[in-house]
Design a protein around this ligand. Structure first.
Ligand code: SF4
Length: 495
């Protein structure tokens, strides 16, 4: 498919909007000059200056389908580039909706953080006008507007507890027992990289100790700790003990409200690991079935069964874990609406304190993307799954408290974290809202340094892969020292 960009700078937004409708297609973006017209799927977007304003035109030519729309903006309405972009997006949205016979529920929004956008609109325009803009100018469905508003209210309660000196610690364990077919993370399967774990862990502990010194020098206050990955429970109980001990010994944990370990794959959870986590005061664990359909689990390359999920959950309860999250994914290959409903109902029966409902995102780097024979769930089916989940979760007393979107999600839907009141993960809110500093350690991790006095955010990236992290570890320490420099700049020390 060719997307022609003629006389405007909105190529990024137009391409993203095309992806909403054609998530699996290659889209070639061209300027009008280089367009050769040989593709039978062509989308034209153009902006033309007129003596008394601007003309926006959009044309869709796909197979035998031909349609176009245009809009003229008068002098008063044409100076704001954001408005020009919005008008163009609406024309494109209308044509593609007509061609595809499908109305994306998030309207022309393609960004990751719709709730943050809604909060900004409400802050600028007031609640009534902000909601009206979200709904009628950005074409977000009533259902998703309601979900965003509810999420905004719940996350607001968490955000308001954060102080300028607050920060969270993220620790990355980028190893998994096997690689899921939909995975686009940097995680490596243990079969290939197990031998790296001891050295990785020892350097990770060094980075954690160094990070704690940086945080103490800056007088930062630790709010939450999140050990993610990958699958942190690929570590043995002894290795987990080493890691948790280093965190407790290095940081002042008095202000820490959450300590999450993403246990992830049920087949990596054992009694002695749960003991270790319980002894070290881990407050929340995540056990992620993704689905309770064994056929689907096989299809996505997860080497565990539903029975293992159920027994890991029961074992975690026996070890006293009173705050358990479970992750599910809507839109997995070979899943169906009926099977998703059975999964959700069974998970509700277990009554974990929080349930995160993801929608499958088909990233190019994922194996599933290359295996074109996989039967994918349609966008409409994925939407049906989420509709059921949202209604049931509300009915069972869960409330949405963070929400984000990714590109190439089936049906252009969303991921939502639901929790029973009081069991939300502050870390999930802070990382998605980008409103608190996250100091991140380990391969693939990225620290986000938040300016305490403005919306400014500076990212410092660690090396992506464990072998790079190990071989160039000295550079990791130097990068951590940059955190101080960034804070000094935010606070005007260097001026
Ligand atoms: S458990 Fe997560 S990080 Fe590991 S392979 Fe699967 S999707 Fe990737």
């Amino acid at each position: 498919m060719i997307l022609v960009i003629d006389g405007h700078p909105f190529h990024y937004e137009m391409e993203n909007l095309c992806r909403v409708f054609f998530p699996y297609q290659k889209i070639k973006v061209m300027s009008v000059l280089s367009q050769n017209g040989e593709d039978d799927q062509l989308i034209y977007t153009g902006l033309e200056p007129l003596p008394d304003g601007l003309k926006i035109s959009v044309r869709v030519e796909i197979g035998t389908y031909r349609n176009e729309k245009s809009k003229t903006l008068g002098l008063t309405g044409c100076t704001d580039e954001k408005e020009q972009e919005r008008h163009m997006a609406i024309l494109l949205f209308e044509l593609l909706t007509q061609y595809c016979g499908f109305t994306p529920k998030w309207g022309i929004l393609t960004g990751v953080r719709p709730v943050k956008l809604l909060r900004r609109l409400i802050a600028e325009k007031g609640e009534r006008e902000g909601l009206d803009y979200f709904r009628n100018r950005l074409l977000v469905s009533g259902q998703k507007t309601d979900l965003s508003l509810l999420t905004m209210r719940n996350e607001g309660k968490i955000l308001e507890q954060s102080r300028p000196e607050s920060f969270s610690l993220y620790v990355s364990i980028p190893f998994c027992p096997t690689r899921c077919s939909y995975c686009s993370f940097v995680s490596s399967s243990v079969e290939k990289t197990a031998k790296l774990i001891p050295q990785y862990l020892s350097l990770l502990c060094e980075e954690i100790r160094h990070t704690a010194k940086v945080a103490a020098d800056l007088k930062l206050r630790l709010e939450s700790v999140y050990i993610g990955g990958g699958t942190p429970t690929t570590l043995s109980a002894e290795q987990m003990n080493v890691l948790l001990t280093v965190i407790y010994d290095s940081f002042d944990m008095a202000s820490c409200r959450e300590f999450t370990v993403e246990a992830g794959r049920p087949d990596t959870i054992t009694g002695d690991k749960l003991d270790t986590m319980a002894t070290h005061g881990v407050t929340r664990i995540s056990i992620n079935p993704q689905t309770l359909n064994d056929e689907v689990l096989k299809a996505i390359g997860r080497r565990h069964t539903t029975a293992q999920t159920l027994s890991a959950f029961a074992m975690a309860r026996e070890h006293g874990f009173g705050n358990i999250n479970m992750d599910l994914i809507a839109g997995l290959p070979q899943d169906s609406v009926e099977s998703f409903i059975l999964t959700l109902d069974e998970v509700l029966r277990l009554a974990p304190e929080s349930i995160t409902v993801h929608t499958l995102a088909l990233k190019r780097s994922a194996r599933i993307f290359q295996e074109e024979s996989e039967p994918f769930v349609s966008g409409a089916q994925a939407a049906e799954m989420l509709d059921y989940a949202d209604a049931q979760l509300l009915k069972y007393g869960y409330l949405p408290y963070y929400l984000y979107r990714q590109s190439r999600m089936v049906g252009n839907l969303e991921n939502t974290g639901w929790a029973k009141p009081g069991f939300e993960s502050p870390y999930n809110v802070f990382i998605m809202d980008e409103s608190q500093t996250i100091l991140a350690c380990g391969a693939g991790a990225a620290s986000k340094i938040k300016d305490p006095y403005s919306d400014g955010l500076t990212r410092i990236f660690n090396f992506k892969y464990p072998y790079e992290y190990i071989s160039r570890f000295e550079e990791m320490i130097i990068r951590k020292d940059q955190v101080k420099t960034v804070y000094d700049q935010f606070c005007g020390v260097s001026e």
